[in-house]
Structures are given as structure tokens and as C-alpha cells.
Design a protein around this ligand. Structure first.
Ligand code: SF4
Ligand code: SF4
Length: 71
């Protein structure tokens, strides 16, 4: 069975809507494994080292716009 990983739906991700003040992505901040990170504030997050993603759902639970699924 393939490992479950986070997938970002960039159509749903609107950083300036969910973090208008500091521009910090809540989902990336929730990823304590440093797999999902922002390169710059006010930008959508990226998934780095996808093969290391734990599929733990911390990021998807933190995103207020359901922009992340675990599949
Ligand atoms: S992934 Fe979610 S929390 Fe992160 S910037 Fe996009 S909409 Fe906001
Ligand atoms: S599923 Fe877990 S490890 Fe993977 S990007 Fe989300 S928070 Fe990070």
C-alpha cells in the first residue's frame, strides 16, 4: 500500500485570506517535520522532501481553507 502524503490544492490556497497580517501559512507552521514550508511570507507553501512526509495530517487540520488533503 503506498504511503500517504500531503497534497496542496493551489486553487484553494489563498495565503492573504487566511493570514492577512503576518502572511504565515498555518499549515506549514504546523508541520513539525519541516516537509511543508513557505519560501516567503504571503506565499503558498511548498512540499519539500515529499518522500519524508509522514502523512500525519497536522498540516491539513491547520489549514482553514481545506487546501491540503492527505492521500
Ligand atoms: S495552505 Fe492553507 S493555511 Fe497555508 S497559506 Fe494556503 S490556505 Fe493558508
Ligand atoms: S502530513 Fe505531516 S509531515 Fe506531511 S507535510 Fe503535513 S504535517 Fe508535514
Amino acid at each position: 500500500m503506498p504511503k500517504r502524503r500531503a497534497i496542496i490544492d493551489y486553487d484553494k490556497c489563498v495565503p492573504d485570506k487566511c493570514a492577512p497580517d503576518d502572511g504565515i501559512c498555518l499549515a506549514a507552521a504546523a508541520c513539525t517535520h519541516s516537509i511543508m514550508e513557505q519560501e516567503e511570507r504571503h506565499e503558498s507553501p511548498m512540499i519539500f522532501r515529499a518522500d519524508m512526509c509522514q502523512g500525519c495530517s497536522d498540516c491539513s487540520q491547520a489549514c482553514p481553507f481545506d487546501a491540503i488533503t492527505i492521500a
